[in-house]
Design a protein around this ligand. Structure first.
Ligand code: HMG
Length: 390
């Protein structure tokens, strides 16, 4: 049986209406701003307005893909998130009325911390291997929220990345090999009663590095490429410095003396969007890929490495080849615009938004009209979320 190549045919990104500058947080917390700009490698973070959530940003990310390719042959929609809006209904179902998903598609929500987007991509590849005429829409969408005044606070953020996965992809062909590592660990979690994540920061950084190394070892065992074959390494980026740390750790674990310029060449272009968007959990790795494709020189036929990590924990090391003509399919201007059009948030409004809680009484509660983006959560009524398109 001949198998057709499978991978990412199109990619689109959206983020929130607001951004908070780390200088504002540094002043508030009495911290040298270089701890953020240099120490963790973050300048800003996207913050959701009162009328935004993971559904509104997911819809904004997916809409351009449907506008370009239509909905024919999309038989599956996999939405990955760890900041879901309902314990039962898949968030992707709201997209039917917002962006016109086909009724002849299965729609499912996936959760495993920041790893969920990669699970979606790999499950999609499996479905397409079974029937190459089908396409799968994978959407990774998250709003990262930690307690105010906690060490995790500067590593918040928000974004959605939508990917059309198909046979004979235009942008990235996935390699068949993949390396896996799972372990039961309490480095980061969010109980059902909490809107903010709980985290053991130092444990999480170490767990990430160990899991990435173990996943790499498994990838090689499965016949994956050599480290030297990759043009760049796209890591999950809870903060951009983490990608640098993990890459240095990986190289050193393989006996390479890691030189700063070599690490920069492998990582830097993947961090430019994440540096200003912050942690977007499931979307973060794929935003790193978009940043790389938008900023690096010609990557045609070059191999890329992907290192996905979701606390709790699951890691996967996988790879792919950038396809000839890929640059014609990128959305570089739209990506830059999504970032540059964010409104700068002051500390007072940031805090109000952070402290706000959804009403639970089932009455009609219209939301404040804040976002300039194409979709908004307009109200909560009868315990239901009401969305609108502009
Ligand atoms: P912290 O204790 O505030 O920071 O926590 P620190 O004291 O470790 O400092 C951070 C870095 O800044 C250090 O550099 C300092 O030296 C440096 P390093 O030693 O690491 O190279 N620094 C400075 N640099 C320049 N000028 C200065 C200065 N001062 C200090 N003046 C921590 C940091 C990341 C732990 C915290 O923000 C946190 O808990 N974040 C949340 C957890 C997290 O992001 N973990 C990452 C791995 S787990 C993961 O990726 C999964 C996740 O995305 C969730 C999921 O899977 O769902 C989180």
């Amino acid at each position: 049986m001949t198998t057709q190549p499978v991978g990412i045919h199109d990619l689109s990104f959206a983020t929130t209406h607001y951004a908070l500058d780390h200088a504002v947080l540094a002043e508030r917390l009495g911290v040298d701003v270089d701890k953020y700009y240099l120490g963790i490698g973050q300048e800003k973070m996207s913050v959701a307005a009162a009328d935004e959530d993971i559904v509104t940003i997911a819809a904004a990310a997916a809409r351009p893909i449907l506008a370009r390719h239509g909905t024919d042959d999309i038989r599956t929609v996999l939405l990955a998130t760890e900041s879901g809006v309902d314990q039962s209904k898949a968030a992707g179902l709201y997209l039917h009325s917002l962006i016109g998903l086909p009724n002849t598609a299965r729609v499912v929500e996936i959760k495993q911390a920041c790893y969920g987007g990669t699970a979606g991509l790999q499950f999609a590849a499996g479905l397409i291997a079974r029937d190459p005429s089908q396409r799968v829409l994978v959407i990774a969408t998250d709003i990262a929220k930690y307690e105010l005044d906690s060490p995790g606070e500067p590593t918040q953020g928000a974004a959605a990345v939508a990917m059309l996965v198909s046979a004979n992809p235009a942008i990235l062909q996935l390699d068949p090999q993949s390396g896996l590592y799972s372990a039961d660990i309490m480095d980061f979690w969010r109980p059902n009663y909490s809107t903010a994540a709980m985290v053991d920061g130092k444990t999480s950084v170490n767990a990430y590095q160990k899991a990435a190394q173990e996943a790499w070892t498994d990838y090689r065992r499965k016949g994956g490429r050599e480290l030297t074959e990759f043009a760049a390494f796209c890591y999950h980026q809870p903060f951009t410095k983490m990608a640098y740390k993990a890459h240095r750790h990986l190289l050193e674990s393989q006996g390479h003396t890691a030189d700063a310029a070599e690490i920069d060449a492998a990582i830097k272009d993947t961090t430019l969007y994440n540096r200003t968007v912050g942690n977007s959990y499931t979307a973060s790795l794929y935003l790193g890929l978009m940043s790389l494709l938008d900023h690096a020189g010609d990557l045609t036929d070059r191999a890329l490495a992907f290192i996905s990590y979701g606390s709790g924990s699951v890691a996967e090391f996988f790879s792919g080849t950038v396809q000839p003509g890929y640059a014609e399919h990128l959305r570089t201007d739209a990506n830059r615009q999504a970032i540059s059009t964010r409104e700068t948030l002051d500390y007072k409004r940031y805090r109000e938004l952070h402290e706000a809680h959804s009403p639970t009484d089932g009455m009609y509660h219209p939301t404040l009209e804040e976002t300039s983006r194409p979709y908004r959560l307009s109200a909560l009524s009868g315990h239901k979320r009401i969305y609108e398109s502009r």
